[in-house]
Design a protein around this ligand. Structure first.
Ligand SMILES: Cc1ncc(COP(=O)(O)O)c(C=O)c1O
Length: 354
């Protein structure tokens, strides 16, 4: 009953096998190998667009590198108050950009809207040179609260951002889950909707350590390459990250992995709603369920071996807020979650012993 994080899951056996296969013999280092070239060209096909790619091993590195290509040291990034870049990256975007400021704003379901962004831009930026200069908007797809931006929501944000001279960054640590939910072409919710740079994550979906900065403006290639090396994120045995990407993309393995994780989240959410022992707090559109449950049920679940985290209610529009005898929890599913895990959790929630 591990619903702690998709980072706690192991690696998809197919991706593990691809790593073992890539281990045969030597290969050129630092990304000058055939697997890297193949992974890059597969991403190009996947997005139906020329892209500049920088493979890295963590989502924090991807986000920080991407943003450092979009903003100056005196720039600002508009994001949600609960965005991973805002609260969970130890200031890496600020550090890599040489001091750019992140401006976080509340928004229902951890999502930004054009109205929220306009409100931020009215407060931050006009007084030159006293204010920082807003230069990018960052959206998280799927969001930190498991909601997904539709194509039109992203496009509306991009139109506004571009009209104000801001670039659009997408933190896609759970992009595969969002894409599976929307069931559209990857291009539709990225460059066709105005996204300039996507950080595409494979790790949470089932890779070992495989993230990719995808710039839809290929002229960013050099800026990315220098920043990646300078920050110590250019892997010498680069073929192993490329092998994970090839396996992830090949035969739509990403869809299989993310589809299963999403389906398990649906099963969990439906079960919680049907149990009458919890309230599912936001639309379940990816692989995360956020629910308010009784503290006593939470304690019984933990005693039975369930692993999950209490979550912050800040800035996401949770209404009503949990009472004193309730707790707001995050439950994350992954490619490795089984129906049995979900059903056991639901049984314990419903008052049965594990
Ligand atoms: C929304 C989001 N972005 C990015 C990341 C990447 O983080 P890490 O640096 O741990 O790979 C995470 C991981 O929890 C995340 O949830």
């Amino acid at each position: 009953m591990n619903f702690g994080s998709d980072n706690m899951a192991g690696v998809s056996p197919r991706i593990m096998a691809a790593l073992a296969e890539a281990n045969a013999g030597p290969a050129p280092a630092y990304g000058n190998d055939d697997l890297t070239r193949r992974a890059e060209s597969m991403l190009q096909e996947f997005f139906e667009h020329e892209v500049a790619v920088a493979f890295v091993s963590t989502g924090t590195a991807a986000n920080a590198l991407a943003l450092s290509c979009l903003v100056e040291p005196f720039g600002a990034v508009v994001c949600h108050a609960e965005a991973h870049i805002m609260v969970d990256e130890c200031g890496a975007p600020e550090f890599y950009s040489g001091g750019a400021k992140l401006v976080g704003s509340a928004g229902y379901g951890a999502k930004l809207t054009p109205e929220i962004i306009v409100d931020v831009l009215e407060r931050v930026g006009p007084l030159k040179p006293h204010h920082v200069r807003p230069q990018a908007v960052s959206v998280t797809q799927a969001s930190e609260i498991g909601t997904v931006y539709s194509q039109s929501e992203i496009a509306a944000i991009s139109v506004l951002a571009h009209a104000r001279g801001l670039k659009v960054h997408m933190d896609g640590a759970r992009f595969a889950n969002a894409l599976t939910h929307l069931d559209c072409a990857p291009a539709d919710i990225t460059w066709r909707a105005g996204v300039d740079v996507l950080c595409f994550g494979a790790t949470k979906a089932g890779a070992m350590a495989a993230e990719a900065v995808i710039a839809f403006d290929p002229t960013l290639r050099e800026a990315l390459a220098y920043r990646r090396k300078r920050s110590g994120h250019l892997l010498s045995k680069h073929r192993f990250i490329a092998a994970q990407w090839i396996s992830f993309l090949e035969k739509d393995h990403w869809r299989e992995l993310a589809g299963h994780a999403n389906a398990m989240a649906q099963r969990l959410a439906a079960g919680i709603a049907a149990s009458g022992r919890g309230r599912v707090a936001f639309a379940v559109e990816a692989n995360e369920v956020f629910a308010v449950i009784a503290r006593a049920d939470d304690e019984r679940l933990r005693a039975a071996g369930a692993i999950h985290h209490p979550w912050s209610t800040h800035g996401i529009g949770l209404d009503p807020l949990p009472g004193d005898d309730e707790v707001f929890v995050r439950l994350v599913t992954s490619f490795a979650t089984t129906e049995r895990d979900v059903d056991r959790f639901l049984a314990v929630l419903g008052g049965k012993s594990a």
